[in-house]
Write a protein that binds this ligand. Structure first.
Ligand SMILES: *Cc1c(COP(=O)(O)O)cnc(C)c1O
Length: 448
């Protein structure tokens, strides 16, 4: 056994054990010490045990402790231990899952994990998925399929002929579209500034009664889980109108689609299966290590056509679809193994419980903060809470002080013109005690 691997495992274990007692944000001293790891590359190498020691001793304290239970910024998962461990093992295996012949185990487990996720979030048996780096690339991949499909219907093969000379494609989004969706739209050559924005309601949901007239090739990008409020677009109504006009409907369900895995919260995302494509993250609510996301398609032939590279003598042809045919990458790590391990360990009830616990913690945050006299700005239906501590300057000051204080970490946002602090409960590791300690810190700082 190579001792460097054991050494890393022991150091990682000590890091994880220290999480409950350390500051969530790194201290300024820890960040300043990073200078020791940077600078010009030496001509002589450094022994491997020293590389790992300095990485742990200098790098570790400079991490943001989002693997612990008191990180509530953005929407960030905590890294389930079984999944992190599987990730290490798979890392030692060094498998490339571009093709089955390169990694039979990687490809089999990836397909299994994708089917498990598809079934957990209640998409039909005809739906097929692919692992990518995250929800942004999942959205991008879905747009490639959508673009190929809606243009094929008007006689344009965009994979072969390109976007130059293609009939215009309308892209419809909600006013509250996630910025990464706009980036994916730009990447797909559909033009960030060309999108048609649909007005939203007070929770940020797209208003189905305000959809535009659909004319010509059209892609509608809906959202399951607003990054601020946690609210869901009315996908079934939107799908009905869009499909009647031959449009493609996509669902950005980065974290929100996981609500479907819980009998208690499934109703929030009722009817999302009526869409044509879906994107979600593994590294958010499933709590697998970074990075991990997946795209799902009802009909994957358009995605395969849009990513086709043409024949190459050394690539397999015919037979089953290889993983690389459904993703923008060719070589790729065995991302599915991390997800397989998390799902195998949790089972259906464990995933539901993970969702339920996070949502219960979010409600506890909201109730405690409301009891303390602060204003909750959203309907807390899922795992997201928006709180105002008063005027804009006060809210911003408390967010900054909280981040410095180190008990927990929350970011800020602006919700319908009001400055707010965002609390996103997305980690398997968060306990009731973590919530109470964090609320106490917020009240203490706001009371000053
Ligand atoms: C996080 C998020 C994204 C972007 O996902 P990445 O995994 O960071 O690429 C897109 N949409 C929504 C709604 C999100 O919450």
């Amino acid at each position: 056994m190579s001792s460097i691997l054991l050494e890393a495992a022991e150091r990682a274990n000590r890091y994880v054990e220290a999480l409950p007692t350390r500051n969530v944000a790194p201290t300024p001293e820890a960040l300043a010490a990073l200078d020791r790891l940077t600078g010009a590359l030496g001509s002589e190498g450094v022994p491997e045990d020293r590389v790992i020691a300095e990485l742990d001793e200098v790098g570790g304290p400079a991490t943001v402790a989002n693997a612990g239970g008191r990180y509530f910024g953005f929407v960030i998962g905590g890294g389930l231990p079984v999944s992190v461990a599987a990730n290490w093992l798979a890392g030692a295996w060094n498998q490339n899952t571009a093709m089955e012949v390169m990694s039979p185990v990687g490809v089999r487990l990836e397909r299994t994990a994708l089917e498990w996720i598809r079934d957990l979030v209640g998409l039909g048996p005809e739906v097929r998925g692919a692992f990518v780096t995250g929800d942004t690339v999942a959205n991008f991949s879905a747009l490639l399929a959508a673009r190929q499909s809606v243009l094929e219907r008007v006689g344009h093969d965009v994979a072969r002929q390109g976007m130059a000379g293609a009939p215009p494609v309308s892209v419809v989004v909600g006013e509250e579209v996630h910025v990464s969706m706009l980036r994916a739209i730009a990447l797909a050559g559909l033009g960030r500034d060309r999108v048609v924005r649909v007005p939203v309601d007070d929770q940020g949901r797209m208003r189905a009664d305000r959809l535009p007239e659909f004319q010509g090739p059209t892609i509608v990008c809906t959202q399951a889980g607003n990054v601020n409020s946690g609210a869901f677009d009315p996908v079934p109504e939107i799908s009905r109108a869009a499909h009647a006009a031959g449009a493609w409907v996509h669902v950005d369900g980065a974290f929100g689609l996981w609500a479907r895995a819980s009998p208690r919260y499934r109703g929030l995302a009722e009817g999302v299966e009526s869409a044509d494509s879906w994107a979600l993250d593994g590294h958010k609510w499933l709590n697998v290590p970074y990075d991990s996301g997946a795209v799902f398609l009802r009909d994957w032939t358009a995605l395969r056509a849009s990513l086709a590279s043409g024949p190459a003598a050394y690539l397999p042809s015919g037979g089953s679809v290889e993983p690389f045919e459904l993703v923008p990458e060719m070589s790729r790590r065995a991302r599915g193994i991390d997800a397989w391990a998390a799902l195998r360990h949790l089972g259906r009830s464990g995933v539901a419980d993970l969702v339920d616990r996070c949502c219960a913690h979010a409600l506890r945050f909201a109730r405690r903060l409301e009891d303390a006299g602060f204003r909750i700005l959203n309907d807390v239906v899922l795992n997201q809470v928006l709180v105002s501590f008063g005027d804009e300057a006060t809210t911003r000051r408390i967010i900054a002080e909280l981040q410095r204080d180190g008990t927990c970490w929350c970011g800020g946002t602006v919700w319908h013109g009001t400055a707010a602090m965002r609390i996103s409960v997305s980690s398997w590791a968060t306990t009731t005690d973590d919530v109470d300690r964090s609320v106490a810190a917020m009240i203490r700082l706001a009371g000053r």
